[in-house]
Design a protein around this ligand. Structure first.
Ligand code: SF4
Ligand code: SF4
Length: 159
């Protein structure tokens, strides 16, 4: 009995000198690994046009049917994207998403990517329905970490 108490105290003492393995969140944050799949982003080209051409391939690839896309014809005078069409509606139900990355794989223009963001708690389930305005970035250059998420060489060249 005494030996067990002594062993327990010794173990406690031994570990109290070791460096901490836990992260003191939210004061400290861990850097996510390269392949981490977090909250989605819709990207733009360098000239500011939207990458998404509203082809709905991401929606078709999604195994849980949580992407909804509606497309519309681009106005040639003021195009929104570089394709003939653009996504007039783009929604993701992040509550249903399983973060498999199939949408990212399916997209021919590297428009939809899964970013590093993991802090997107909400106080109501309706708030997990992300609309295009929530997903579309202002400038892709502001998210250099996302560049590794798609391979420019792999993208279709028609845009
Ligand atoms: S990560 Fe997977 S589940 Fe989530 S939207 Fe993309 S394809 Fe659907
Ligand atoms: S995100 Fe990509 S796959 Fe989805 S509709 Fe837009 S262009 Fe097509």
């Amino acid at each position: 009995m005494l030996a067990e108490i002594a062993r327990g105290l010794w173990l406690t003492l031994k570990h109290s000198w070791r460096s901490r393995v836990t992260v003191q969140y939210p004061d400290e944050r861990e850097e996510m690994p390269k392949g981490y799949r977090g909250l989605h982003k819709l990207l733009r080209w360098e000239d500011g046009l939207e990458r998404c051409v509203g082809c709905k391939l991401c929606s078709a690839a999604c195994p849980v049917d949580c992407i909804f896309v509606e497309s519309a014809e681009n106005d040639p005078a003021r195009p929104t994207s570089k394709g003939e069409r653009y996504a007039s509606v783009y929604e993701i139900n992040e509550l249903r998403c399983i973060f498999c990355g199939y949408c990212e794989e399916a997209c021919p223009v590297g428009a939809i990517v899964l970013g590093n963001e993991y802090e997107f708690c909400q106080d109501h389930r309706d708030k997990f329905l992300y609309a295009k305005r929530d997903l579309l970035v202002r400038r892709t250059e502001d998210y250099p970490e996302l560049k590794a998420r798609y391979d420019e060489k792999r993208l279709l060249t028609y845009v």
